[in-house]
Design a protein around this ligand. Structure first.
Ligand code: SF4
Length: 332
């Protein structure tokens, strides 16, 4: 390659990095995602989204003096041959980016690894358990780090898929909040998505050309058929209308829920104190089933009655977690 050609290739790359990073910066500033001096945990799975997020956020934090204290927060679901390998990537990221890492494991929190759960329940509802447990594990990890916010690497493609899935499932509660750039503001630790408007393709290109260290193997227990359909549907739409992803997000943002729609009321779990719209939170119901050797108790129609308050069990059984997506990424 000629020197001039090399130079112009480099200039093109620099230009892409600059625009990519500036767009994220504008999203952060425009949506007032952080306040000066906040402690912020980055949900880190070792996958491309969270690795790029950790890298870009530390760059922007330095460049624009956000004044943030950044941490990496990883969840160890206990999936041999998948999470153990991806955690090695996060441990390298800890050194590469100079960010302290906290790992919380399902085994420590719940007494079960995903390997053990799959052994008991098989591959059918594994992501329901995993998604529910992960959501709570992230909050518990964030509390350990005493952070003010948790950021995740959800990108525009993920959000558009989630809008479509929530419409298909008739999940009005999730539909109403899935496009919010910050959620859980009324809870202890709000969560933000700085990549809300960033296409997955851009993230892949950025990670590739920056030669970032990330893990790209899929979870060995990933079925994800339903999300797969939504993903294919959106890919088809995008071929016909390139801005389909942003349009779907916009549609999701503009949905208005009828005031007559009954929404779940938030309280706390009587057993563990975690936020819950029921007497027991989902994690406690699922755990009870596992510990009693009746793992379907928390997912199917109730046969027995653990706490006498399963009115919405059917609704919950169908709400296969949005967390279960391509699942290297720590979703929420
Ligand atoms: Fe858990 Fe994701 Fe694997 Fe499902 S695909 S078992 S949610 S890590």
């Amino acid at each position: 390659m000629e020197a001039g050609e090399e130079k112009s290739k480099k200039a093109g790359g620099e230009c892409f990095y600059e625009v990519f990073e500036e767009e994220i910066h504008q999203v952060i500033v425009g949506n007032r995602l952080f306040k000066f001096g906040e402690r912020v945990a980055i949900g880190a799975s070792g996958g491309k989204d969270s690795s790029v997020l950790a890298y870009v956020l530390s760059e922007l934090n330095r460049r624009h003096s956000y004044g943030l204290d950044l941490f990496l927060l990883s969840i160890d679901e206990g999936i041999t041959g998948y999470r153990d390998d991806s955690l090695e990537t996060v441990k390298r990221n800890e050194v590469q980016y100079g960010l302290p890492l906290q790992i919380v494991s399902y085994k420590d929190l719940y007494g079960w690894t995903m390997d053990e759960i799959v052994k008991m329940i098989g591959l059918k509802n594994n992501c329901t358990f995993c998604g529910v447990f992960r959501r709570q594990a992230l909050d518990r990890g964030a509390a350990l780090l005493k952070v003010d916010k948790l950021v995740t690497g959800h990108n525009a493609d993920d959000i558009a898929e989630t809008v479509v899935l929530n419409i298909l499932r008739g999940d009005i509660a999730r539909l109403s909040r899935c496009t919010s750039i910050t959620t859980g503001e009324d809870g202890p630790i709000p969560r933000c998505k700085p990549f809300k408007y960033t296409y997955e393709k851009e993230i892949v290109m950025y990670a590739y050309f920056k030669k970032l260290d990330y893990f790209s193997t899929e979870c060995i227990y990933s079925p994800n058929a339903y999300r797969g359909f939504a993903c294919e549907f959106i890919n088809d739409l995008e071929r016909l209308r390139p801005r389909a992803i942003l349009d779907i997000i916009k549609s999701g943002e503009d949905f208005r829920i009828a005031t007559t729609t009954k929404m779940p009321e938030q309280g706390t779990c009587e057993r563990c104190g975690y936020i819950s719209s029921q007497k027991w939170c989902k994690a406690c119901v699922l755990l009870e089933g596992l510990n009693r050797g009746l793992p379907k108790m928390g997912i199917g129609r109730p046969r027995g009655n653990v706490n006498g308050d399963y009115k919405d069990i059917k609704a919950r059984s169908t709400a296969k977690t949005i967390e279960s997506k391509q699942c290297g990424s720590l979703d929420f």
